[in-house]
Write a protein that binds this ligand. Sequence first.
Ligand code: AMP
Length: 249
Amino acid sequence: MKVLVAVKRVVDYNVKVRVKADNSGVDLANVKMSMNPFCEIAVEEAVRLKEKGVASEIVVVSIGPTAAQEQLRTALALGADRAVLVESTDELNSLAVAKLLKAVVDKEQPQLVILGKQAIDSDNNQTGQMLGALTGYAQGTFASKVEVTGDKVNVTREIDGGLQTVALSLPAIVTTDLRLNEPRYASLPNIMKAKKKPLEVLTPDALGVTTTSTVKTLKVEAPAARSAGIKVKSVAELVEKLKNEAKVI
Ligand code: AMP
């Protein structure tokens, strides 16, 4: 079974982002970039399926600038077999990304497509769902457990206040939640080996996809600064402030 995993290059989760002075976006100059954490979980799940003998080939795909090859090489070091970069420097909205992924799905014909539930830069949480609509494949979102049996994949989903298990007919789309697995680190020998694994570079044009955006970012703002806290001398004072100042009790 071929598994396709979508990985996005994003600002590393440890970085405290700075908003550009003109509020047009986030300043990416000299900022550490990494693989989106939910995509790391997606790669790990694919690698585990291969280790179990369920997956036969793992193809990783990223849509972004030339530098996204770094994240693809990381995925190759973690155990993917081959990588595809759809090179674009445009600011792509989720629908454009989903259309490009659909074109890669048409070309690669995977049985299972694994995406992160959400990219931590844009917090969109919609690419997997849109890809589901475009391909017509069954989808299991927010997965905390994935089990492939025959031509079905059982996905346990994290839903409000509980878990829901669904059976999807393959080919299917799964989006990963935090508890699905704990991604491994790439070993040095595997990082070296990954340099020799195939990485194909395509363009939206070559895939016949127009990526004109229907969404325009108007403004990006940092959260309002929090005012400093105070120390109270007694429980009575705390209760008095909660009642009369914060008005929460
Ligand atoms: P989003 O819908 O933007 O929150 O992203 C959800 C998931 O879609 C990510 O975790 C990735 O698996 C995939 N994805 C989004 N953007 C890209 C991209 N530019 N390249 C590859 N995969 C992407």
